[in-house]
Design a protein. Structure first.
Length: 206
């Protein structure tokens, strides 16, 4: 699944403004330099995707970004962790000074329900952890798309090619309503490279 032209144009416009967003040095490294950097990835993220269905259909997408060693080292230098992980105060600071700086870029997230682009809401439920020296950000992005049946397509991609996202299976599915949901990472038939997440769903009688 390739990003839509309207989403791509919006992301490119916002990327050009990234240097004016403020925030910590890691943000500048990830975003502000992107407009001048060669078109190949400098940051690598393993991305896990989860979906939540409620009473009326898709309600939210949960993302977990695990950063590469170099990016994690930069984050850990700015937001030190103990043997028990990040302190609650450090997590709050990380959300405020780092994670929320990606919000104007839509967290590189594109969601379509039955081929219609669904706008994302304000991120919530932020958490951060570190395992084996790798930092992970996890957060929920609300998406409201009432529907009784159809297909959800989810893509996480940086159209500026500065951050490379690798989708990791399995897809977590939470169902709190009368829906049958089946999700998987879609792959290119020839290369078998992940191309996004695809979920089929339908409403059923209790």
């Amino acid at each position: 699944m390739s990003p839509s032209s309207e989403a791509r144009d919006a992301r490119k416009g916002l990327s050009g403004q990234a240097a004016h967003l403020g925030g910590v040095a890691i943000l500048l490294a990830l975003l502000a330099v992107a407009t001048a950097a060669p078109a190949h990835p400098h940051v690598f993220v393993n991305c896990r995707v989860g979906v939540r269905f409620g009473a009326d259909g898709l309600e939210a997408v949960r993302l977990a970004w695990t950063f590469d060693e170099d990016t994690s080292a930069t984050l850990l230098e700015r937001f030190p962790a103990t043997a028990d992980g990040f302190a609650p105060s450090a997590i709050q600071q990380m959300e405020r000074e780092h994670a929320r700086q990606f919000e104007p870029l839509g967290f590189f997230l594109e969601v379509r329900v039955n081929d219609s682009l669904v706008p994302a809401g304000r991120m919530h439920g932020f958490d951060a952890r570190v395992e084996r020296g790798l930092a992970t950000h996890a957060f929920t992005v609300p998406v409201t798309a009432p529907s009784t049946a159809g297909v959800v397509q989810i893509d996480v991609a940086d159209d500026g090619f500065y951050i490379a996202f690798a989708l990791i299976e399995p897809v977590a599915v939470e169902v709190a309503g009368p829906y049958l949901v089946d999700c998987r990472v879609a792959r290119d038939p020839a290369s078998q490279r992940p191309e996004g997440v695809k979920c089929s769903y339908r409403r059923h009688s209790p």
